[in-house]
Write a protein that binds this ligand. Structure first.
Ligand SMILES: [Zn+2]
Length: 303
């Protein structure tokens, strides 16, 4: 067994000082990941195997700053069904993909359909290989480039594999092809990377879309009394409205800070970062510039 201090030293060596501070800031505790020590760590055992009556998470072994503890692959099935849906097979890692298949087989089930929450490789890269290992099943995605078979995913689609009812919601913002899956029987929404188990997501789509998506999910959670959010990374969230309020508050706060910096005369993303992120290590400024630019674009379009 490694001591906590030794593990931390190893992590510092692996990811470096500034990156580690960033991980600590977003709440990721790499010291607990099994790849970095012996035994099963607390957070990983909390995530791997979690779920609802119909959904089970299989955690992929790809932890990083962007993927937190790793990608959550979801196996979803109606009780007693012979076929399951798999959401986000994850990275192209045969050990992980075969582990997912073994869990399905252990339940005397087989894979009927693969769905992708969005195009990012930590969710989609292994989909083709997984579909092949599963005996040539279709992969449905909003982005045609990631489909296998004729069917895509669009707002209002209902996936009925094995008697399931899984409803597709288009939720652009994290990416323009992000979708959520609503599982009414369990009161659960699969959120992909739009809402994460902890920390906040990096936007690869438009901030305007993302803000509208958060408002929509907030209203949906209230209207349908959503019980749990099942994210693409990190643990499940059993207080959806509080989490969504936090996400909306965080984005609005940042936007107000950027607006205030612009009001004092900052013009470029860099100038805004120097004001808004004055208390943050300058090594993180280039990353912050990206997100500030998205906010400036949003403010310019909003007028
Ligand atoms: Zn991801």
């Amino acid at each position: 067994m490694w001591s906590r201090r030794l593990k931390q030293a190893a992590v510092r060596k692996l990811v470096g000082g500034p990156a580690l501070r960033h991980l600590e800031r977003i709440g990721w505790n790499p010291v607990r990941h099994p790849d970095l020590g012996s035994g099963r760590m607390e957070r990983v055992s909390e995530i791997d195997g979690m779920g609802t009556e119909r959904a089970t998470c299989v955690l992929a072994p790809n932890p990083s700053m962007m993927t937190l503890d790793g990608t959550n692959t979801w196996i979803i099935a109606e009780p007693g069904a012979d076929r399951v849906v798999v959401v986000d097979p994850g990275p192209k890692d045969d050990v992980h993909l075969k582990r997912v298949l073994a869990q399905v087989a252990a339940r005397d089930q087989r894979v009927g359909t693969v769905l992708l929450s969005h195009r990012h490789p930590d969710h989609s890269e292994g989909a083709g290989r997984f579909a092949e290992l599963a005996g040539g099943v279709p992969v449905r995605a909003m982005d045609p480039a990631h489909r296998l078979g004729d069917e895509g995913l669009a707002e209002g689609d209902v996936i009925t594999t094995g008697g399931l009812e899984l409803r597709v919601m288009e939720i652009p913002g994290h990416t323009d092809d992000s979708v959520a899956f609503w599982l009414p029987a369990d009161g659960a929404v699969f959120t992909g990377d739009t809402v994460l188990g902890y920390g906040s997501t990096v936007l690869d789509g438009s901030l305007g879309d993302y803000l509208a998506t958060l408002d929509r999910l907030r209203a949906f959670a209230e209207e349908r009394a959503v019980a749990t959010l099942l994210p693409g990374h990190g643990p499940r969230l059993d207080d959806p409205i509080a989490v969504l309020d936090q996400y909306i508050g965080h984005r609005r706060e940042r936007l107000a800070q950027v607006e205030a910096a612009v009001a004092t005369g900052a013009r470029t993303a860099r100038e805004v970062v120097e004001i808004v992120y004055a208390d943050v290590d300058p090594k993180l400024w280039p990353a912050a510039e990206w997100s500030v630019q998205a906010q400036l674009d949003y403010l310019a379009r909003r007028g």
